[in-house]
Design a binder for this molecule. Sequence first.
Ligand code: GDP
Length: 445
Amino acid sequence: MFNRLSGKLSGVFDGLSKRGALSQEDVNEAMREIRLAMLDADVALPVVKEFVKKVQEKSVGQEVLHNISPGQAIAKIVNDALIDALGGSGAVPLALNAAPPIPYLMVGLQGSGKTTTSAKIAYFLNRRERKKILLASLDTYRPAAQLQLQQLANQIRVTALPIIEGQNPLQIAKRAIEIGRLEGYDIVILDTAGRLAIDDVLMQEVQNIRDAVQPVETLLVVDAMTGQDAVNTAKHFNEKVGITGVVMTRMDGDARGGAALSMRAITGAPIKLVGMGEKVDALQEFYPERVASRILGLGDIAGLVEKASETLDIEENERLAKKMLKGKFDLNDYSTQISQINKMGSISNIMDMIPGMGKVKEKLGNKEIDTSILKRHQAIISSMTKAERKKPDIIKASRKKRIAAGSGTTVQEVNRLLKQYDQMASMMKRFNKLGVKGLMRQGLS
Ligand code: GDP
């Protein structure tokens, strides 16, 4: 996400920073390039115009032309304008302070990720805010839809409203709120039916439900990959139903990012959450300043630390680090480490959060980094006996054959893993002998 925009904008700033002082012409040229970069990222035209105008007005000031590093000064102005376009500083939280049961109405087109997102929000609020959640599917058009939500609810151990055949969406909504009240639920999430495109019948139905349950949150779920269409959908839903926030899904994909940048200006509604994958925990709060920082290739250290502390087992990592320092790191530990890396999600997303890594990724062709080798390594290790994992030295030809067959790999792959382990082990031994200072000296000489 945002890779192309990020690459192009960094190009503009790199160009500027090579020069000492800037002329008015240089600034004009930079504005032209920023404009093209935004249009290329699929940002809506009126938003681009407003954005460039704002940046231009600030850039013609004395501070930029006479700044010792004018490139940086413009980058700062662009950063501020990006934060503005994305909705201003700070995440806009979900409403949690109304009288329970708080109705959340989920709306959007079919396939946007509405049902998955309903479950993700339930999971997020249940685990993080300790809220008691009731999930209800109002989609009576697709028989599978109600079952899909029920399965997701089971998976995250949250209650789903029992299905009663023959009830219409309005009856289901009323029953969900009633049960929410009687059984002391904090939040009732109503997943409405989607359509392939906006249509009046759908809107009327959503309006009726809205009037009956008076939702505190009406969250529109849109697919970031659909670009400008996502913004048009949001505009329609906002006019017809009124939305309190947007959840943008598939932000883990390679969408160009224009929808995220246009959403606030076109609809006035904030992006509250973003979907970063198919799993129920792949939901994040939307912090405009962090996203702006990512777009400018400055990384998102706050996000990275948060993610690490949420997903990684810190004690486990410390234990592994100690074993490494003692030179006692075996293949069991290697396998544990792979699991920890996998928990962090896609490597490419992690790289986006590290300052400067955006450029490295670009050099690699912006491709998703292949982590299948880690999975194969785990398969190989799990086909080994306890003794083999502890003492890989004992793995000779016949054991290798058995391990390869057991893990569905080849002897060559087993060899490669063992060789890599040897290299790791000898590096750790050196590390152990020299200590941190010694290693640094070696690195410097
Ligand atoms: P609905 O028709 O709007 O209810 O859409 P679903 O919730 O059934 O989602 C459609 C597909 O999109 C499913 O395969 C989901 O797993 C997938 N999906 C939903 N959100 C995300 C996301 O944030 N990232 C990715 N990669 N896939 C998603």
